[in-house]
Design a protein around this ligand. Structure first.
Ligand SMILES: NC(=O)c1ccc[n+]([C@@H]2O[C@H](COP(=O)([O-])OP(=O)(O)OC[C@H]3O[C@@H](n4cnc5c(N)ncnc54)[C@H](OP(=O)(O)O)[C@@H]3O)[C@@H](O)[C@H]2O)c1
Length: 351
């Protein structure tokens, strides 16, 4: 990101943000003072209380996942905070200080972010702003994959890879909410136990056992109706061998590599399998607005029922100036659930 000439600073209101001037390791994350975003007509300015990490942030920091054209170059795909200013063309009745959470295309690692009004959601009353920051990216992704892309039906078996990840912990709970039967893979007994607590019917340690055999045992040879796959290359053969006939295999990440060698097409064809893929960040504003609307109507109320049917899973909380430590924690695959970044200090009762 190019530093602005000093004369610009005298006219702009300023904020703290995490900047990456040179792509690279976590040491390249720099906390700096930069101008606040300019509010467009139909945007709401959010005073960010908390943001959360996503795997995509690690790639963007390394220069491997640039923001869509025209979007903020600052990292951060989700925020929770309060309404600080409202554009003159905003139609919904947001008020100053309303508690909101939002999916953003970038700009979350900062004290203020401007968000199209369609992407704002109210924070459920029972949740703190820290808990709310764990919701937008992981839960909207999981909802999109299960509901819009795979069109999961009641009673179907859904294999969720990385079952203790941010997206995985949301997908397990949502699969249950939709009446499906989630089973997971993860790399440790602790992660599997956590996924099972959240509702997974079974869990398999992909480092110690052949998950495809275990899924086929679990389904009595039928295979998984749906696979949510953020692994890609290293797991393709096992995935296709435990996909049910006519099953949907939804690729949404490539943590295990992007290349495939072997008889993928032949094996997929013999199962009449549907290979689907999806990315959320590059979708149009209209698509995201529709997704946020459907999620707000169909899922958000379940964070508020008593006892709550759904809960954001928080692994750990870091302050903004410890952002490099937070990135290292995720890079080492240590987190179970979301890593939250406090952008402004939270009093104990608001955490
Ligand atoms: N397409 C989209 O729109 C979209 C949106 C959001 C996220 N995503 C993707 O969803 C995935 C999860 O994101 P997240 O932010 O929730 O991640 P996260 O919380 O950082 O969790 C990722 C976990 O994946 C597991 N993992 C890492 N490398 C692996 C490998 N090679 N093989 C098997 N498991 C591996 C690790 O757990 P173990 O200890 O279990 O190995 C790691 O802790 C990422 O691939 C991300 O890019 C996609």
């Amino acid at each position: 990101m190019k530093p602005l000439p000093e004369c610009c600073f005298c006219f702009a209101e300023m904020m703290l943000a995490v900047c990456v001037d040179v792509p690279g390791g976590s040491e390249n994350l720099q906390l700096r003072t930069i101008p606040r975003p300019q509010l467009k007509d139909t945007e709401v300015l959010i005073k960010v209380h908390a943001t959360a990490l996503n795997r995509a942030d690690l790639l963007q920091r390394r220069g491997l996942y640039p923001p869509p054209p025209g979007e903020s170059e600052i990292l951060g795909l989700e925020v929770a905070g309060t309404v600080a200013a409202i554009g003159p063309g905003v139609k919904r009745c947001w008020k100053s200080d309303d508690r909101v959470m939002a999916l953003v295309c970038g700009g979350g690692y900062a004290e203020y972010v401007a968000v199209p009004e369609e992407l704002l959601m109210p924070v459920p009353r029972q949740l703190s702003l820290c808990q709310a920051a764990a919701i937008p990216e992981a839960w909207l992704t999981a909802f999109q994959l299960l509901h819009l892309i795979a069109q999961v039906k009641q009673g179907e078996v859904v294999l969720v890879h990385a079952g203790a990840s941010g997206v995985g912990t949301a997908a397990v709970q949502l699969a249950r909410l939709l009446g499906a039967i989630p089973v997971v893979t993860a790399g440790s007994a602790e992660k599997l136990k956590m996924a099972e607590k959240l509702g997974a019917a079974a869990g398999f340690n992909y480092k110690e056992e052949n998950f495809a055999e275990r899924v086929n045992d679990f389904t009595e040879g039928r295979g998984a109706d749906v696979i949510l796959d953020c692994i890609g290359g290293s797991a393709w053969e096992k995935n296709v061998s435990c996909l049910a006939t006519d099953g949907r295999w939804v690729l949404f990440g490539t943590m295990g590599g992007k290349t495939v060698e072997g008889d993928l097409l032949g094996k997929l064809l013999s199962k009449r399998g549907h290979l689907l893929s999806s990315l959320l960040r590059s979708r149009s504003l209209q698509y995201k607005a529709e997704l946020v609307r459907a999620f707000s109507q169909r899922v958000l109320p379940f964070f508020s029922d008593k006892p709550a049917s759904l809960r954001p899973v928080i692994d750990s909380t870091f302050n903004l100036d410890d952002i490099a430590e937070a990135h290292k924690h995720m890079e080492a695959n240590r987190n179970m659930g979301k890593i939250i970044i406090n952008v402004i200090s939270q009093s104990p009762e608001t955490q």
